[in-house]
Write a protein that binds this ligand. Sequence first.
Ligand SMILES: [Zn+2]
Ligand SMILES: [Zn+2]
Length: 401
Amino acid sequence: MTDENFVAGVPTPALTKMSEFDPEDEYRPEPEPEPLPPSWMDGSARIGIHTSIVGSYLNALEAARKLGCNALQIFSASPRTWQGGGSARIAEVDAQAFRARREELNLGPLVIHANYLINLASEQRMLQTRSIQAFHDEVVRAMALGADFLVVHPGARGEATASQAVATIIESVKQAAKRSQLGGLEILIENTAGMGTAMGSRLEEVAEILQGLSSLPVGACLDTAHLFAAGYDIKTEAGLAATLGQVDGSIGLDRVPVLHVNDSKIPLGGRVDRHESIGKGKIGAEAFQRILRHPRLGTMPPEGLVGRAFILETPIDEPGDDRRNVAALWELAGLKEKAPEAEKGFSMLTAALQKRISVQAKTRKKKSLNAETQSSQKKKVVKARKKSSSAGKSRTKKKRG
Ligand SMILES: [Zn+2]
Ligand SMILES: [Zn+2]
């Protein structure tokens, strides 16, 4: 025997052993390692609020931290204007700074809410094309920022039937996501209050859209104010149980990783979308306590869903309303002790900003009042003319008669 059969003095197995080759030992390429879940996805409760990117994307992260959140939602661009060309993209240096700071702060999930002008259900060729392009840009920005979820409303059907609109929405989302490696990004279709011809006020409708998009990473975002205004009585214990049953029978609660928690200015079934501060609306604090503590809506397996988040979209009428709503969620969830510490006195609405907004509102009101009086004066003139002419006519009639 030569030294060849020895590796570091250990005898190698004799060649005869090769006959005992097990086909199971056949070489297989190593499977891709499963990406490690992010550190925030540890089964803890995730509570956040929609924060502002005005000035810098980083400001949104700092605001979330100062408000006592561990999750957040943002717009990735102005929500009420169409972005064009260069302004639709985020500079990589800004995106990278954002991703790094977010990791430092351990904020998650990061939810992005899509632009309000997007109507993926539109039958108007121009608007649909524009919406698909804008939603594609949303996907690109969301990925650049490293977002976990991109929330979009299903859109308004206009003259089309509901089933036509469902088909259009599915087609639009597919087109927008085409040629994008979505990676860890999931698209969430949000339920709506059902204003006008808005799609998605019924859970079955949202489920149908998701079904058509099963080739993509998709799920649903449920908004409590929208559910209530659409007629789902989540205010009572029995109503909540029934609604959760309906979610399970259509979408599936395991496909709802984000809930928008908003109280509603609108009563049950009012079909109008008006958010209110937690406990100050028609749903009420008691109902929110039930919602926030419900094991099926929590983050603890097996009943809950790890990483699920409660995100506020409540109005900020007075400085501090944002901070108080976040604190209310932690309190109603029974997790006040575990809540990240908020910065005392911090609000996204400063006194100076509040003043600027009220001045702007007054100017807007004045302008619209002026326009109104002008148009009503015009109408009066027209009416007066009509009156005099019809009076003339009736006089002639009388004469004739
Ligand atoms: Zn919402
Ligand atoms: Zn809403």
